[in-house]
Design a protein. Structure first.
Length: 561
């Protein structure tokens, strides 16, 4: 029995010793021994060495041949499609956008973001990018009369002796909250293209009803009249800017709604807590086609622009024309806050702009005739750093800004300005069966007829002066500002109504001038947060020689993103 068992074991041992090392490394571990008891019958002839395991058998143990790292197969693509959150400054530093693209983006958002725009969030997909910007604003406003909503603008102060003139008003509002998007396509052959969409919540709404909240429907008002609560808590979104821009080595072209070129807006808006446009400030946006050219000759920058702008009257046969030139000394800079949120470093600059327009107003005598009138206006604006300021040294900076404007038929270039003027009632011919009527086809405050049926443009002259001083040692996070403005019309008092009673009534409703001034304190207590407090006074000067005033105290908070 011992010999029968020893022979097969010797043969097996010699086979294993003779096998190559590679084969041993690749041969799977032997199968477990059978559980049955072996039978010691006469052994058959010795079997040859075991062949390699067929492919269907289990894979070798990982300890011998570890699997290589997985490498995904490349995916065919026409270009980069990654999505990245970054900033304009980082994109410039990485070479994703050029210096010219960077400056263009900051320019488009300067009145909202100021210098913050360089570090605001941009979404990049491939070589395309979208910059999100804006602010959340909360306003608390106390007025001594019931003359205004959040924006005073050119609205008349209510006459004393009336309910509106003798009682105050307190307003809470978030309607000036702003949201904007700037979209940029890759620069190609020196041509840069971009688009801008900017909104707030001052959209046209249903008229506000009176009475308790929720409001009951007053007699005589249409069924669509909304409530006071709806007006402030569910405001309507509106477009501020919606435009596309193409910048080339020759000229730049802008199409869509943007700041009016008249007054070279928004570069010279005063620093105030009060919502723009403030009384007697050239302020407005319109659809337009603008062509401009910027010439840089260090340290001087010269800008020239012309624009065809939405006409003040749709029924006229041609657009308004606006043109301007601006000169900046780039080496002479100061700290400037445009409006309430646009803090930036700006150069000394001066701009001169003009406006030319024609209206075709329905004839006062009726029929299918129209009366044509061509009108014009001009404006000069300036920003002057007195005590210089820079990005690294914003404290102890003092800057002045100023604006002078004059023209005929330019009331729409200001905010809510009409002066109370309207069209006179036509005289009913003797013996006529019905009173004569007149249908206007132009907004009020631009032109009117005299008692003889001649058409006239309403003249306005305005000026605004402002100063802002940044407290030393606060790195531009604490400053004070003040503004003074005045407006006067030299002809509105001529255009009263024909009868003596109507003339007296009209004189008590027309304003020939306005004066406004304010003082502001701003502080940035935390990143992205700003708080401002304003005390202001507005005086309306009526044609009958009387003056009425409104005092305003406004506290506003801003989260700028």
């Amino acid at each position: 029995m011992t010999q029968k068992l020893t022979l097969p074991l010797a043969v097996l041992a010699s086979s294993l010793i003779a096998a190559p090392r590679v084969a041993l490394a690749q041969t799977p571990a032997p199968a477990p021994a059978p559980t049955t008891t072996p039978t010691f019958a006469p052994a058959p002839a010795p079997a040859p060495a075991a062949a390699p395991a067929p492919a269907s058998e289990p894979a070798p143990a990982p300890v011998y041949t570890p699997a290589p790292a997985y490498t995904p197969a490349p995916v065919a693509s026409s270009g980069p499609t990654h999505l990245e959150l970054t900033t304009l400054k980082i994109m410039r530093d990485k070479g994703i956008i050029t210096e010219a693209e960077y400056e263009s983006a900051l320019h488009d958002t300067s009145d909202t973001e100021g210098a913050r725009g360089a570090n605001e969030t941009s979404v990049v997909v491939g070589k395309w990018s979208t910059t999100l910007y804006g602010f959340i604003e909360s306003d608390m406003i106390a007025d001594t009369t019931r003359s205004f909503t959040e924006v005073a603008g050119g609205t008349q102060v209510a006459v004393a002796g009336t309910s509106a003139g003798d009682n105050g008003r307190f307003t809470f509002s978030v309607r000036n909250t702003r949201l904007g998007f700037r979209l940029r396509a890759p620069e190609t052959n020196g041509i840069r293209t971009s688009a801008q969409l900017e909104t707030d919540f001052f959209g046209t709404q249903l008229p506000v009803a009176v009475g308790p909240y929720p409001s009951t429907q007053p007699a005589g008002l249409p069924a669509s009249t909304g409530s006071e609560g709806t007006f402030f808590t569910s405001p309507t979104l509106r477009i501020r800017h919606a435009n596309l821009k193409v910048e080339t080595p020759i000229v730049d072209i802008l199409m869509g709604q943007y700041w009016n070129l008249f007054g070279w807006q928004s570069a010279y808006q005063p620093n105030t807590v009060e919502i723009q446009g403030v009384p007697n400030e050239v302020y407005g946006r319109n659809p337009q086609l603008r062509i401009s050219k910027t010439i840089k000759a260090n340290p001087v920058t010269l800008e020239i622009a012309v624009a065809a702008v939405r006409p003040v009257q749709r029924d006229t046969a041609m657009p308004d024309g606006q043109a301007g030139v601006r000169l900046a000394i780039d080496s002479w800079t100061g700290v400037q806050t445009v409006g309430s949120t646009g803090t930036q470093i700006a150069p000394l600059s001066i701009a001169a702009t003009g406006l030319l327009r024609r209206v075709e107003v329905n004839s006062f005598t009726g029929g299918d005739k129209t009366n044509e009138l061509t009108m014009s206006g001009g404006a000069v604006d300036a920003f002057v750093p007195v005590l210089p300021g820079s990005k690294d040294s914003m404290g102890n900076s003092l800057s002045l800004n100023g604006e002078f404007a004059s023209g005929y038929g330019i009331a729409d270039q200001y905010s809510s300005l009409t002066g109370g003027i309207s069209f006179p009632s036509p005289v009913t011919p003797m013996g006529a069966a019905a009173a004569a009527s007149y249908s206007t086809d132009i907004d009020p405050g631009i032109v009117t007829y005299d008692s003889q049926g001649a058409l006239h443009g309403i003249q306005w002259t305005s000026y605004l002066l402002g100063a802002q001083y940044y407290i030393p040692g606060c790195d531009g996070k604490l400053w004070i500002s003040g503004n003074f403005s005045h407006m006067q019309s030299n002809n509105i008092h001529y255009y009263t109504i024909s009868t003596t009673a109507e003339t007296a009534q009209k004189a008590s409703a027309l304003t020939s001038g306005e004066t406004w001034y304010d003082v502001n304190v701003f502080v940035d207590p935390a990143p992205a947060v700003r708080v401002g407090l304003e005390a202001a006074n507005m005086i309306s000067e009526y044609v009958n020689g009387k003056q009425y005033s409104n005092q305003r105290l406004q506290l506003s908070g801003f989260f700028i993103f």
